[in-house]
Design a binder for this molecule. Structure first.
Ligand code: SF4
Length: 460
């Protein structure tokens, strides 16, 4: 490779994948590569795949085509969950040169020479695979990514020891394991030194932080202790917990968030179903009564807290009655929005073999109903916050003349675009809900109020 070597990345799936792409990208820059956009010409294209993505195979093929279009002579490398679960399937896709499994993905640069030395692929020939048995993925690689200059995703945990019957993540990512407390604190301090105001703690099952033994070290800290220690890191303004299982969200953590300096009053708690029968079929580790208890606990000490809920529709055995049980359960619960997932069968899962399969049309209809309920819940939550004083962190994109931001309790607000506001925190009073569902506000500090009124003047 002559001249500056260039590499481009495409990430599918969750925040964890995004943080890991950043770590892989840092490995490339240490080897002298310049990172470019995916539609630009590069010598290497890395696709970090996800097994949960709808139509994962079609999506993957079209991304490979994009890379080939940008540079037909480039090498295309696939990593990530899908690459671990179905390496041969990906290696057989035309244009794919190398597929790396869960233990290999962070060593991608060490495979470059092998790629360069390999004979050019003839049509129909598969890419090279370096895969592993998932049991071998028992070590931990820490990572974080910086999104749009205002927020960073910090990985604190990986893998999962649970056995939910619909889920392939334990097969793709291995056992539950965590970063050391010291590493997390160091990464958090590094992020805040870069001027990032908000850190989102991510992992597959972060409430499980600290559990288990791997390598030759026994972990010594719990998730609660991690929160306590992070709260003390100087320079961090905001910490957000991305998603936590209800059975692992302990009272001590909720109480701590309520009085913490940095943790924001926003919880995202997977429910998956409001029917205890289905929760049992899914092998979740709680019943709906525990979920109600978690929501009540949060709301009783933080009435302004935002609570997001993951829910799956169309799981085998979801009769009309059980679906309505979920619908009414969520309707009555004091939550703020839903993330609705339409169930789809995954190979090598217990649920894929279950009877009482719900027809796809019914799954889609139920999904639509819950999305409608989510919109209603979000609106009601936003309305309940009007007239209150909050703090907003403004984001970095100009969205058709507006700047967006999120309050600590995850209310999405908008104001006329002003680049000076990017990555700044401001005290505001939430005023009204716009036609697009976003919230208008007034600044509470003088300086920003002046520039706001000037903006409004120009708007007229
Ligand atoms: S808790 Fe269940 S759904 Fe979540 S990653 Fe683990 S096995 Fe999958």
């Amino acid at each position: 490779m002559n001249g500056t070597k260039k590499v481009a990345f495409y990430t599918l799936g969750c925040k964890l994948n995004f943080s890991e792409t950043s770590t892989i990208a840092r490995g490339f820059s240490e080897e002298g590569f310049e990172r470019v956009e995916f539609n630009e010409k590069a010598q290497i294209y890395v696709i970090n795949t996800c097994s949960v993505t709808e139509n994962a195979d079609k999506r993957f093929k079209s991304i490979v085509k994009q890379a080939q279009k940008a540079n037909p002579d480039a090498f295309v490398i696939a990593v990530g969950c899908y690459a671990q679960l179905k390496p041969q399937e990906l290696a057989d896709v035309d244009g794919v040169d190398l597929v790396l499994g869960a233990t290999e993905k962070f060593k991608v640069t060490s495979y470059l020479n092998e790629l360069l030395d390999a004979e050019p692929k003839s049509p129909g020939q598969s890419g090279i695979i370096h895969s592993c048995e998932i049991e071998e993925a028992d070590f931990y690689v820490g990572s974080y990514s910086i999104g749009d200059r205002t927020r960073a995703f910090l990985k604190v945990q990986d893998g999962c020891d649970y056995k939910c019957t619909y889920c392939t993540i334990p097969l793709a990512r291995g056992i539950s394991r965590s970063d050391t407390l010291q590493n997390v604190l160091q990464n958090a301090a590094e992020i805040s030194e870069k001027g990032i105001k908000e850190i989102v703690l991510t992992g597959v099952n972060i409430g499980d932080y600290g559990k288990g033994e791997f390598g030759n070290k026994k972990h010594e800290h719990t998730f609660f202790e991690l929160c306590e220690a992070l709260d003390e890191v100087p320079g961090i303004e905001r910490l957000r917990i991305s998603s936590i299982e209800p059975n692992l969200l302990k009272n001590e953590t909720i109480d701590f968030v309520a009085q913490s300096r940095t943790f924001v009053p926003h919880f995202h708690i997977p429910l998956q179903s409001g029917s205890n029968d289905l929760l049992k079929l899914m092998r979740r580790r709680y019943l709906k009564e525990l979920y109600i208890d978690r929501v009540h606990r949060i709301k009783s000490i933080m009435p302004h807290a935002c609570i997001g809920v993951d829910v799956i529709v169309g799981f085998p055995g979801e009769t009309e009655e059980r679906f309505l049980e979920t619908y009414h359960f969520l309707n009555e619960l004091d939550i703020s929005y839903l993330h609705v997932f339409t169930y789809s069968e995954r190979d090598n899962t217990v649920a894929a073999e279950m009877e009482q399969v719900v027809p796809m049309k019914v799954r889609q209809k139920r999904s639509k109903m819950l999305r409608g309920l989510s919109a209603k819940k979000r609106r009601a939550f936003y309305e309940s916050q009007l007239g209150t004083n909050r703090t907003v962190l403004f984001e970095g994109e100009n969205k058709e003349g507006y700047i967006h931001g999120f309050t600590e309790n995850y209310v999405k607000v908008k104001a006329p675009w002003n680049p000076e506001l990017v990555n700044t925190l401001h005290e505001i009073m939430l005023e009204s809900i716009d036609e697009d569902g976003l919230v208008r506000f007034q600044f509470r500090n003088e300086q920003a109020a002046i520039s706001d009124s000037l903006e409004r003047l120009f708007e007229q």
